[in-house]
Write a protein that binds this ligand. Sequence first.
Ligand SMILES: [Zn+2]
Length: 226
Amino acid sequence: MKILVIDDNPSHRKAAYQTLGHEHELTVVGSHDEAVELVREKPCDREKLLRLKAEAEAAGYGWCGEVWAKAMEECKLPYWDAVLSDLLMPAGRKTQGGNGLQYVGTEMPIGWALAIDAALEGAKFVAVVTDMDHHSHPASAMLDRMDRGVFPVAGAKALFTNHVKRVGITGTEGPCRECGGTGKCRRANDSTYDCYTCHATGVDYAEKGKDWKDILNRLTSGEQEE
Ligand SMILES: [Zn+2]
């Protein structure tokens, strides 16, 4: 699949490469401006377009109106299959001028807009994913009522969620600090209980990110969240 992941947190971007990078054609961006550009862009085979332009000119057709529209249609590349976005990000400057510039850099819930925009443009799967607890931010709490599985938005399958699994970033692993690397719960009187932090592996990660693969699986399987 051709996938766009949008997140301003570097750990979540690393997690995107780690969870989706091997199996998919993945693009990852960290700013609102880049995201807007990529969501709205009509992907086009530029080399082919230039070739058609040269051919049209050589044949004496000129390069406007019908000829141009036909060439653009021929050079169209597939749009994103999936656009997966963070919820809260600093607002970009691209769409602003005048008084609006005062809001550039302010965190806002832009994920909604990007996901709906992508659905309208033809993405098959869109998601808005925040790891922020609903008590920590009103924008996260807004997702509570629609966090009930996959539903249709403008022809796309959509998932808006504030529940996301986390994956450890490779290279930041070390002995689990909760259990000291034993994999067993310290609080229990006997050691029959597994450590809940490392799930009995004895290994924990200093850096973690969103499990984007799990998000994609939830979208494509269309299953309700447990
Ligand atoms: Zn542990």
